[in-house]
Design a binder for this molecule. Structure first.
Ligand code: NI
Length: 166
């Protein structure tokens, strides 16, 4: 496993539409492992392939309940609404209040090509929406309804740490 370089906002790679994964091979497994390690190293709760410069439909999430990999994900259903703070490994130091669905149903493939479906709620649903957006070249800023001031950023970071340790 290796920590990869995280692409930062301003790089055109973050604005592209990613292509589906077609080969479920060792190279894919290595990419997934590297993405996970890179995410943990950056203290993030999710990371998408374009954030390490790979234009494929892949993201990894760990909100403190273990690693979950999503390949060629499809959001089948969303319900409700939530407002809360959000940040991104590609936009260091920036946080904002976003509006996201409260519930998300997503189907995806794992690294072996097996399909699964997740019904996510709350923080997990928000993370899925955030990462799925990256696959279509969309950053969380497009969902921000208000930016945070420095004190609110401090609280948001503490909340994120708490969420991870749960
Ligand atoms: Ni992000």
């Amino acid at each position: 496993m290796a920590i990869r370089n995280i692409v930062k906002e301003g790089d055109p790679v973050l604005t592209k539409i990613c292509r589906p994964v077609e080969r479920f091979d060792d190279k894919l497994a290595a990419l997934l492992d590297d993405m996970y390690e890179t995410m943990l190293n950056g203290e993030g709760v999710g990371i998408a392939a374009p954030q390490v410069g790979i234009l494929r439909r892949i993201f990894v999430i760990d909100i403190g309940e273990g690693k979950q990999e999503f390949i060629n994900p499809k959001i089948l259903k969303t319900k409700g609404k939530q407002e809360g703070s959000e940040g991104c490994l590609s936009c260091p130091g920036e946080f904002g209040i976003t509006e996201r669905p409260m519930y998300v149903t997503v189907s995806a493939l794992n690294r072996y090509g097996d399909q699964f479906t997740v019904n996510a709620e709350g923080f997990y649903a928000k993370a899925i929406c955030h990462e799925n957006d990256h696959l279509d070249g969309i950053l969380f800023k497009e969902h921000v309804i208000r930016k945070l001031d420095p004190e609110e950023i401090r609280v948001a970071k503490a909340m994120q740490d708490k969420n991870k340790k749960k």
